[in-house]
Design a binder for this molecule. Structure first.
Ligand code: PBG
Length: 327
């Protein structure tokens, strides 16, 4: 036999030379759940090992991560009901604990990269990412809210804003509002192909942000998040986000959508991010807790598969676990 592929697998050193894909802590983004108050460190039941922190404890968590070389974070707020309304006005209120927390994190850890969430759902009594009117999510009336939220987040010091709402035209509206306010260096990581997925359950538990059950409120997000059956449609979204000024294109969820990640990587020049979502992480944790899979091996293999498919930036609840094992 002239060709023996096994020759390149003979030893760890040779396997290292032949390795095509690499995974480093610098590729990872760690999601953080913030609650109001102090001294809170509350585990998410459906996502063991992940906590909701008040700012005091969140700063300790960020400090630990920074010491592990993990510098990138995406933060989400769990907003108390009394601050929620139809128009998500608390999202751009200067008293908002999420904005104040971002300011504090960036002051204490200026070398960190802090990514926000731009969407109405954490602040909305209806639990939807856009304005609900006449039983519908109205696109164009949502855009000014997202623009105000974006400027407030830029003022708070977020490095990159993450529109997760899937409204049409939002990246352009955000870019314009940011530039007008002088935040030309604040980036946008667009949730480009965000699917109406069953894998967001633990996240909605963590933030209590599921659509509210009521006759006149759509019970799911299918009129704005993408149909899991579609792939070509992701090209349309990516084209729009690119022309509207996005800096990163994201696919979400990640593992069930490796083909979409690959497609965007092949067709666009912007860095591609993938959100390895709560339900995807919870499945693996549950199997490992049952003794059915070995976390030490299954976790890095999972993250590596995202890199192999073409992901530049991996948002994953395993970021800290991975960083710890690199030390
Ligand atoms: C909402 C938002 C969601 C996630 C990130 N931003 C949930 C949703 O769209 O209902 C999910 C993340 C995860 O499951 O880890 N704007």
């Amino acid at each position: 036999m002239l060709r023996r592929p096994r020759r390149n697998r003979v030893s760890p050193a040779i396997r290292g030379l032949a390795q095509e894909t690499h995974l480093e802590v610098g590729h990872l983004v760690f999601p953080l759940f913030l609650v109001d108050g102090s001294n809170v460190r509350n585990e998410v039941p459906s996502l063991p090992g992940i906590y909701r922190f008040s700012l005091d404890n969140l700063l300790k968590e960020v400090d630990e991560c920074m010491n592990l070389g993990l510098t990138n974070f995406i933060m989400f707020p769990a907003v108390p009901d009394q601050f929620k309304d139809k128009m998500a006005t608390y999202s751009y209120d200067p008293k908002n604990f999420y904005l104040k927390a971002a300011m504090e994190i960036k002051k204490r850890f200026p070398e960190s990269c802090l990514i926000s969430d731009v969407a109405m759902d954490p602040y909305s009594v209806d639990g939807h990412d856009g304005v609900v009117k006449g039983g519908k999510i109205v696109n164009d009336e949502t855009l000014p809210v997202l623009a105000k939220m974006s400027v407030a987040q830029a003022i708070a010091g977020f490095d990159i804003l993450g529109p997760s709402d899937m409204m049409d035209g939002r990246v352009g509206v955000m870019r314009e509002a940011l530039d007008e306010a002088g935040f030309t260096d604040t980036g946008i990581m667009a949730y480009t192909a965000k699917y109406a997925s069953a894998f967001y359950g633990p996240f909605r538990d963590a933030l209590d942000s599921a659509p509210r059950e009521s006759e006149d409120i759509p019970k799911d997000k299918k009129t704005y998040q993408m149909n899991p059956a579609n792939k070509r449609e992701a090209l349309i979204e990516a084209e729009l986000d690119t022309t509207e000024g996005a800096d990163f294109l994201m696919v979400k969820p990640a593992l069930n959508y490796l083909d979409v990640i690959h497609l965007l990587k092949e067709n666009f020049e912007l860095p591609i991010a993938a959100y390895h979502v709560s339900g995807e992480c919870a499945m693996l944790i549950a199997a490992c807790q049952n003794g059915w899979l070995d976390f030490e091996k299954a976790m890095p293999e999972t993250l590596l598969s995202l890199r192999r498919a073409g992901t530049d930036v991996i948002i994953t609840y395993f970021a800290k676990d991975f960083a710890k094992r690199q030390r």
